[in-house]
Design a protein around this ligand. Structure first.
Ligand SMILES: [Zn+2]
Length: 474
């Protein structure tokens, strides 16, 4: 008995050591003192980029940012000469599910607990924004926090709070407000820090969710349909997903608590400068409701344009993205791409969604960003987050504004902006190092080479190589 126990202990130790040594190969540097010398700095606040700076990282935190010419580099500092590179804050992904569509009818979804954390690229913090495998999400977060898995800092959203009529069986169906209250408290007790209302939730259920979550200081977001944006804002929701695309309130014959047909059509006809749309924007801002932009999932679902901009073939058929997919996932995505809607319709609605996001920000609203790795299966962790920043630029934001939306704004919403979201002395060293200059050419943001989380620098390409062909499997 005693011998068996020691064999077990030995086995456990061996697997533990193995885990640590395999993870080590992905670490470019974890020195106590690191200097990123001669870099361009985009600090995430929207301020202009600064050329030829030196950032000193000490014990996982940003100690200083100074012009390289005058910066004093302490002894025993590991210096990386990064001439030609830009340092940006690690992105804060606000619609970053851990799962991926697996096809089937009704559609199924599975957790990508191995591939997605490694593919986070420049994303150092995520909110999971609805879970289909909450126990796994919670445990993966613990493993990452303990340094036993590589991945971003995770803010876990509870399983979807969905009413009757879901299109997928991966969600529980609420039986009413009491059920909603019970679930909010159950998942909050286990470590969920936010909640997501889904398409068929009733107003009474949403009210119960908001009340219970707010009692505990937690936030509620929604991908809604049965409830319009203004109604949800009045109920007290904190955040709405998918920009304008999920607002059903402009469907003329919409019934209360019911998800209507024809949402896209009603949005196509909506005048963003008209009184109805303007009142919605005003209400959202007055009620402090943030909007999450998830442009990549809509782009992937739409038509292909030959050249640059929205629906560029370089984005929709990005070889690096296709390479991390399993054969099955790749085939399903390419088949779905062959069935896209007519181009003119799609582009007009997509452009309107972009226009709405700019109008919301211009009016003073907090826009945050995510990728949403669902839809037709073309959107993959990390790659999708970088594409979101490019699409915000396509929407008319400057590169510096787009980067700030995808970093500092998310941190603000999470209440974490004193620690993360921008590059400033005293903040955690959560950074991405990219080749080139995204302030001038936003697509340079795809050239991620090193990602720092709490001052540990990971080799982005090695992490991508380690999960080739795995998205769609694990
Ligand atoms: Zn989602």
């Amino acid at each position: 008995m005693k011998m068996r126990l020691s064999i077990l202990v030995l086995l456990f130790c061996v697997t533990n050591v193995f885990a640590q040594t395999t993870e080590r190969q992905f670490i470019r540097t974890d020195a106590k003192l690191i200097a990123l010398a001669h870099v361009r700095v985009i600090d995430g606040t929207g301020a202009a980029a600064k050329d030829d700076q030196t950032i000193i990282i000490s014990d996982g935190k940003i100690q200083s940012i100074e012009p390289a010419a005058t910066a004093k580099i302490p002894a025993n500092t590991q210096t990386l000469d990064l001439n030609g590179y830009t340092v940006l804050p690690g992105l804060v992904g606000m619609h970053n599910h851990m799962f991926f569509p697996m096809g089937g009818s009704p559609p199924m979804y599975s957790n990508m607990g191995i591939s997605f954390p490694r593919l986070a690229l420049g994303v150092t913090t995520i909110r999971t924004t609805g879970s289909v495998a909450p126990y796994s999400d919670l445990e993966i977060k613990k493993l990452i926090d303990a340094g036993r898995m590589i991945g971003p800092k995770m803010h876990i959203t509870a399983p979807y709070l969905e009413g009757a009529g879901s299109f997928t069986p991966v969600m529980h169906t609420l039986t009413g407000p009491e059920d909603a209250r019970k679930l909010v408290n159950y998942w909050a007790d286990l470590g969920a820090t936010s909640f997501k209302a889904y398409m068929n939730i009733t107003r009474a259920e949403l009210r119960a969710v908001v009340e219970e979550a707010h009692k505990r200081g937690l936030k509620v977001t929604g991908h809604l349909c049965s409830i319009g944006y203004k109604e949800a804002a009045e109920i007290g929701i904190d955040n709405l997903e998918h920009g304008l695309f999920a607002d059903s309130e402009f469907v003329s014959n919409k019934e209360p608590d019911k998800c209507p047909q024809g949402v896209s059509n009603s949005l196509r006809q909506l005048d963003l400068n008209g009184p109805a749309a303007q009142e919605t924007i005003r209400t959202l801002i007055a009620k402090n409701v943030a909007i999450t932009s998830t442009l990549p999932v809509f782009e992937a679902g739409g038509a292909l344009l030959a050249q640059s901009g929205v629906g560029a073939s370089s984005a929709l058929l990005n070889q690096r993205v296709l390479n991390v997919m399993s054969t099955d996932a790749r085939v399903r995505y390419l088949q779905a791409r062959a069935r896209v809607p007519p181009q003119a319709d799609f582009i007009a609605l997509f452009r309107k969604g972009m226009e709405f996001e700019r109008a919301f920000v211009k009016a003073g609203g907090l826009l945050i960003a995510g990728l949403d790795p669902t839809g037709n299966g073309g959107i993959v962790a990390g790659f999708g987050d970088l594409r979101e920043v490019e699409l915000l630029v396509e929407a008319g934001f400057t590169p510096l504004e787009a980067i700030s939306i995808a970093s500092l704004n998310g941190a603000k919403f999470l209440g974490e902006d004193a620690r993360i979201g921008s590059i400033a002395p005293g903040k955690q060293a959560d950074l991405m190092v990219v080749k080139g200059n995204p302030a001038a050419t936003i697509s340079d943001i795809e050239n991620v080479e090193i990602v720092f989380k709490d001052g540990v620098g990971y080799d982005s390409e090695k992490l991508i190589q380690s999960v080739q062909g795995l998205v769609g499997i694990r």
